[in-house]
Design a protein around this ligand. Structure first.
Ligand code: NAP
Length: 407
């Protein structure tokens, strides 16, 4: 430590572990990789953070916006922050020391945020946010837990319906909720919450009921040669009717669907990333059933290993082509070449380009790995249609017409 470090005051950027929902938005947004995480906490590395604030507006909870003034020599390290269950209080900084010590203010600049969701669609319904938090969760009751994938399929993906009784818990398609698994982890701390996208329409999984659905894949893995189980996914997949679940949220004020008639939805998803697409499709289907004219088109690109592994395969196939144009990509079907959503996009390039020319909103959800392939496909499709994706993309982001949620 230099003598100077003991004299310099810094304004240290911290994340509140009690409020953070571990959605990864800050880490994805930070243009200089100053944010990192482990199994428990998201933290800011004081040796990298330059206080650009790029991560602050996208945070759905405000947990990102915490600052402590302290000597640079006493800055909380990444290792310190990873052990926290709550933020340390602001230590008193005497006026005398403030007057005599040079304050090092991190440079504020408008970093070019690579965020993929800067705004909600202009016509989106205003979402309710953060009605329930970790300290004050709402209790929901399980009213359904159905396996979506074939009994023989390797993955166990479930459709779980939660009822909120007489508690107000309004959600919009594209929003997420937090689930608090009961119990403690190996270090004796309560399990942190996990986020799941709502898979049902705003008026309930069953229209007119105060319930919602989630799409959850049972996570099983191997670590150091030992089998392991995802804490929250196994907890949820094993729930029975009547069981109680602690829920926080709702979260998310950007990945929302447009409300105006005539808006087209281009939905691209893999696996359980289908949850918000199911919600949006179902809402549009209900509008149509009530003859509430929605002239806009729906186009879905959905990837799974096989038809048996594709959540909602049966119900999807029953939707008429006049309502939704479906392009299903299967990667592991015996005797067939591997096909990903980006391959299907390319095969339908003329139709996709037509949609991109119109009043269209793009939603991408699922595996992180799909992002590059999908972006490359959209760029190529635009090029062959005399459109410039590199010009269109930032405009669509700014206008709330391009949304990505990948993990
Ligand atoms: P998965 O079954 O592992 O994969 C689905 C399909 O995507 C498979 O056909 C897979 O092919 C393919 N795929 C793999 N790499 C790809 C790439 N680079 N480009 C395009 N396609 C690719 O999917 P999953 O386990 O359900 O995972 C879905 C993801 O969605 C998870 O990361 C989850 O966290 C996220 N998500 C879930 C929710 C929710 O509410 N449950 C919400 C938002 C996001 P191969 O494996 O055969 O290569």
């Amino acid at each position: 430590m230099s003598a100077n470090d003991a004299q310099v005051l810094i304004h240290q950027h911290l994340i509140d572990p009690e409020v953070c929902i571990r959605c990864n938005t800050c880490e994805e947004t930070c243009p200089i990789d100053a944010i990192t995480h482990d199994d428990r906490n998201y933290v800011v590395d004081p040796s990298i953070c330059n206080g650009c604030n790029a991560c602050v507006p996208p945070c759905p909870t405000g947990s990102i916006d915490h600052w402590r003034t302290l000597p640079k020599s006493a800055a909380y390290s990444v290792a310190d922050q990873l052990t926290w269950d709550e933020l340390p209080a602001q230590q008193e900084v005497s006026e005398e020391s403030l007057a005599s010590i040079v304050t090092e203010t991190p440079p504020q600049h408008n970093a070019a945020v690579s965020a993929t969701s800067l705004a909600a669609p202009w016509s989106a319904e205003k979402p309710q946010l953060n009605l329930f938090d970790i300290r004050h969760p709402v209790t929901a009751t399980v009213v359904g837990n159905y396996r979506l994938t074939d009994a023989q399929a390797e993955s166990d993906v479930r459709h779980i319906v939660l009822d909120f009784g007489n508690q107000i818990f309004p959600v919009l398609e594209g929003q997420s909720i937090g689930v608090l698994p009961p119990g403690v982890d190996a270090s004796g701390k309560p399990h942190y919450l996990r986020m799941y996208s709502v898979a049902s329409a705003r008026d309930g999984e069953r229209a007119g009921y105060n319930n919602l659905a989630l799409t959850v894949k049972r996570v099983l893995f191997e670590r150091d040669g030992m089998p392991g189980k995802g804490v929250a996914s196994n907890y949820l997949c094993d729930l029975n009717k009547g069981d109680k679940v602690q829920v926080t949220g709702p979260f998310g004020d950007r990945f929302l669907m447009p409300n105006h008639p005539g808006s087209n939805l281009l939905m691209i998803c893999t696996g359980t990333g289908a949850a918000p697409m199911r919600a949006m499709t179902e809402y549009r289907r209900r509008l149509l059933a009530q003859s509430k004219g929605v002239e806009g088109q729906l186009m879905l690109f959905f990837g799974a290993r096989s038809p048996a592994e594709l959540p909602y395969f049966g119900p999807l196939r029953k939707l008429p082509a006049s309502f939704i144009e479906q392009h299903l990509a299967f990667s592991r079907v015996d005797g067939e070449p591997r096909c990903y959503v980006q391959d299907k996009l390319r095969l339908a390039s003329a139709r996709v380009a037509d949609l991109l020319r119109g009043d269209s909103y793009i939603y991408i959800c699922g595996l992180k790995g799909m992002e590059t392939g999908v972006m490359d496909a959209l760029r190529d499709i635009c090029r062959s249609a005399h459109l410039d994706w590199d010009v269109m993309h930032p405009i669509m982001v700014a206008e709330g017409r391009f949304h990505v949620e990948t993990y």
